[in-house]
Design a protein around this ligand. Structure first.
Ligand code: CTP
Ligand code: CA
Length: 223
C-alpha cells in the first residue's frame, strides 16, 4: 500500500503469480502431491505487491498463508489452476512459481477405495495441462513477461536452459532441489535466472531476498 501511494515502480501493472503444490485426487480422501510449501511464490507475490503491482495470486494448497493485499484464488488441482490462470489474464507479467503435478490419477473415484481381498489397487496416470507452456504460447493475450521456474535435481543449468526453450517463456528461475525437503520447505534458495542473454547465478539467500530481487528485475523489464 505504501508503494502504491508512493507510485511504486509496478503501480498500474497487473501481475499473475502461481504458487504452491497442486493436489490430484485418488479418491475423496486421498491425493498425490509434492513437497512445495508455497513459500517462494508467496514471497514473490508479496514483493511484487510491495512495488505497487496489482497481484492475482493463484495458489494450490500451500503450507504458508497468502500475502495480504493481493487477490487470492485458491485451487486444488492442476486443471483448476489452469482455469484460474485463464480467468486472471490479461496481465502485464506472469510468474509461474507453482509446483504443478505433472500427472493426475486417471479415473479418480467418487467413493473411497476399500481394502479388498482382490489385492492392491493400481494407479494409472494421465498428463496434466502445462500451464506455463500454454500461456507462453498465447498470441495477442500473452503477458509481456513470462517467468517460469525449474526445479531440478541434476544438470541444473543444462536442464533449465533446455526447459526455457521448450516452454517458450522469457525467463527461467532454476533451483537445485536435490536437497529434497531441505530446499522445498526451507527458508533459503540458491537460484540461477536464465534469460535470452544466458544464465545469471545468484548467491544463496533467503526466499524473501530472492523474491525482492526478482520483483525488482521484473519492474525493470516492464518499465
Ligand atoms: N508448470 C506448469 N504446468 C505444469 C507443469 C509445470 O505451469 N503442468 C510450470 C511450473 O510452474 C514451472 C515450470 O512449468 O514454472 C517448470 O516446471 P517443472 O516441473 O520444472 O518442469 P516440467 O516441464 O514439468 O518438467 P519436469 O518436471 O519433467 O522436469
Ligand atoms: Ca514438473
Amino acid at each position: 500500500i505504501e508503494a502504491q501511494l508512493a507510485g511504486g515502480p509496478l503501480s498500474g501493472k497487473r501481475v499473475l503469480v502461481t504458487s504452491g503444490p497442486t493436489h490430484e485426487p485418488i479418491d475423496p480422501v486421498r491425493y498425490i502431491a509434492n513437497r512445495s510449501s508455497g513459500a517462494q511464490g508467496t514471497a514473490i507475490a508479496r514483493a511484487l505487491s510491495a512495488l505497487g503491482a496489482e497481484v492475482v495470486f493463484v495458489t494450490g494448497p500451500a503450507d504458508v498463508p497468502p500475502p495480504e493485499g493481493v487477490t487470492v484464488v485458491p485451487v486444488e488441482t492442476a486443471r483448476q489452476m489452469r482455469e484460474a490462470v485463464e480467468a486472471a489474464l490479461p496481465a502485464d507479467a506472469a510468474v509461474f512459481a507453482a509446483a504443478v503435478a505433472d500427472w493426475r490419477v486417471q479415473g479418480a473415484r467418487d467413493q473411497k477405495l476399500k481394502k479388498s481381498k482382490d489385492g492392491l489397487p493400481t494407479l494409472a496416470f494421465e498428463e496434466n495441462p502445462d500451464i506455463l507452456k500454454e500461456v507462453s504460447h498465447l498470441g495477442a493475450g500473452r503477458p509481456k513477461l513470462v517467468v517460469g521456474f525449474a526445479a531440478e535435481t541434476d544438470d541444473v543449468l543444462a536442464n533449465a536452459t533446455a526447459k526455457r526453450q521448450r516452454k517458450g517463456c522469457d525467463w527461467i528461475v532454476a533451483n537445485d532441489v536435490s536437497g529434497g525437503s531441505g530446499v522445498m520447505g526451507g527458508a533459503d534458495n540458491t537460484v540461477t535466472v536464465i534469460d535470452e542473454a544466458g544464465p545469471e547465478s545468484w548467491p544463496k539467500m533467503t526466499k524473501t531476498e530472492v523474491a525482492k530481487r526478482l520483483a525488482a528485475r521484473i519492474a525493470e523489464a516492464l518499465n
